[in-house]
Design a protein around this ligand. Sequence first.
Ligand SMILES: [Zn+2]
Length: 446
Amino acid sequence: MPHSLAFSTEYYNRSLNVLETALSQVAAYKSWQVYDPGREYPIDTRYAAMPILTKKDIRKHFPQGFFPSDRDIMGGLANGEIEFVRTSGTIDNTITNIWNQKWWDASEKASWKLHSYANRIATGNHPEAILANPLNVGFVSDSLELPMGKRRLARFLYLNEKTDPSSWSSEHMDRMIKELAVFKPVVLEANPSLLAKLCRYIVACKKTAFQPGLIVLTYEYPTNFHYQQIRQVFHVPIASSYGTTETGYVFMQCEEGKFHQNSEFCRVDFQPLQSEHGGPLLGSILVTTFNNPWYYVVRFDVGDLVRIDEEGKCACGRDSGLILSAIEGRVTNVTLTCTGRLVSLGELDEALSFLEGIDEYRLEQVAEGVYYLYLVSQRPDKERVSEEASEILKRLYGKDAKVSVVSESAISSESSGKYCISSTMFPVEMECYLDESYALSYVCGG
Ligand SMILES: [Zn+2]
């Protein structure tokens, strides 16, 4: 349980410094002063009393609201220490952030310590190949093919310049396979849906791929199908890394499969869900960044659900912060059963993982009790696949669920470049599912 974890004195000192500097010197948090119970209270209590920082708040106060008033932002921009970076997505969810590369690299480096293998092979100078949507990272070029030299930056090679994965030709994927063999990356960092797509191609064409030292999955939720497809091609350790543009690296999966908090670089406040919706172990997280003098991010709602590890310990021995048994997908990925119980993407994915021969899927809940499952499968017995999927979903959502299974040739990505694996077509207010009383008792040491 979260309250049995011991954090270091340094962690509490960093938490205190960030909060006090934010409240006294950073404009976006000035109005939070009235919520502060005072210095005589424990730091966790003070954090718990504070509001939550949303993307809307970042848009409203950007950029002046997010650094101490004595910081020379124009100087920082002029000398290249920082820049303004816009995240991809629709107008509603895109935001501009203050990007501090030095801090980002340090946050990443600290996260490697949480995986023994990464810690051994990732030197900070190691060659790394990245398979991502260029809308998220890399160079965009949809009409013209960029030669390998034009997709290099420092120690990185970006394997893909196309924003629409459905436009990948066999030549494009052959080029990726060839470049992996030539570049020989120590680490392959990948968006799981894209790496799984490449792996399906490799398996279908009976090809092989260069084996990097480690595969790091990031950018989006890796499904059980993604893992199965990737493991058919790559026989190396796979770690999932969790973070956001705003917060840097927040959790890293260790060699034993659990997730450890990158507590040198961030504070995490856990908000459990009500017990009927998966709490108190399942909940959302608010992240506060440490050590970044240019960008104060306090109690930022990252919009993801995580599962606290029930044992509260890991076979790897690491205990420096929260330990998660899983990251269960984005808040926007939740769906509801016929009785209104919340289902995380993690729970849905676990249920669907029993299906065989599935390439990819997307579940849309269009109304209360009405679900559409879009399935991509190479199995010839399409009707049997539909029946199996329908049975699984009725077990999960309720026997009265109206389930339609639609066979597709491919699932398309969102305008952000990422895939949305599940969602409701109506708003779900997460506040209604949070257990406020538990949150309070945890903070008060209950
Ligand atoms: Zn561990």
